[in-house]
Design a protein around this ligand. Structure first.
Ligand code: NAP
Length: 208
């Protein structure tokens, strides 16, 4: 299985590094193919890098690691996502990071599903700061990743990737539950950036 990661920013590079370190084949896609190729070379472990469409074409699972305002253009550029698992990690936040721009009756994940109707969209990783992606940053602690989606098989594939990355996947129901996961991402941003916790903050759901 090859996982494509579209975007070479904090999350894209972090997820690519983590998955490659766990033996998953990764293909990094960027608006600037040379940038993705350079990152892939730096990561090693057979990682490939190039344009957005080229990376998506190689993969069964495509992780959208771009900011929410540019998901539509990135999905257009990726093309041919039919039948693929499309992972939405976004928090659709305002420029000051303090609020969500989408919610209550829809979510970024559901809007992405509308943009790529033939892909199987799964929400994951939106409550994890990029700084917590390296395994060393978690020091063996089981940090939860909430996984929501309408296609059970796609959700299983993503949960397995999450587990390989050393996180604890938490089955979070249908894609429409992204309406509630995205606010959790937003409160985590408040804890991390505005309430002094820093970027090692992450939510943990407990069964007391
Ligand atoms: N940072 C976090 O801790 C965190 C945590 C949870 C969720 N998220 C979510 O993860 C996603 C990515 O966040 P990030 O922090 O990785 O963002 P980032 O560092 O700003 O990277 C975003 C990447 O998107 C790509 N991109 C494509 N079109 C673009 C455009 N027109 N303008 C700017 N960038 C464009 C760029 O990669 P190329 O130049 O290679 O195309 C850029 O590096 C967001 O949806 C965010 O809400 C972030």
């Amino acid at each position: 299985m090859t996982v494509a990661i579209l975007g070479t920013g904090n999350m894209g590079a972090g997820i690519a590094r983590l998955l490659a370190s766990k033996g998953i084949k990764v293909a990094i896609g960027s608006r600037d193919p040379a940038k993705a190729a350079k990152l892939a070379e730096e990561i090693g472990a057979g990682a490939q890098g190039g344009g957005v469409a080229a990376a998506a074409k190689l993969a069964d699972v495509v992780i959208l690691a771009v900011n929410y305002p540019v998901v539509a253009e990135t999905i257009r550029e990726a093309g041919g996502l039919s039948g693929k698992v499309l992972v939405d990690i976004s928090n659709p936040i305002t420029p000051d990071y303090k609020a969500l721009t989408v919610g209550h009756t829809t979510s970024a994940a559901e809007e992405i599903q509308k943009l790529a109707p033939e892909a199987k969209v799964v929400k994951a990783f939106n409550t994890i700061f990029a700084q917590l992606l390296p395994a060393e940053a978690r020091e063996g602690r089981a940090v939860q990743v909430f996984v929501a989606g309408d296609d059970e098989a796609a959700k299983k594939v993503v949960s397995d990737i999450v587990a390989k990355g050393g996180f604890e996947p938490v089955e979070s129901g249908p894609l429409s539950n992204a309406r509630y996961l995205e606010p959790v991402g937003e409160i985590n941003i408040h804890f991390g950036f505005f309430l002094g916790w820093g970027t090692s903050a992450a939510p943990a759901w407990i069964k007391a």
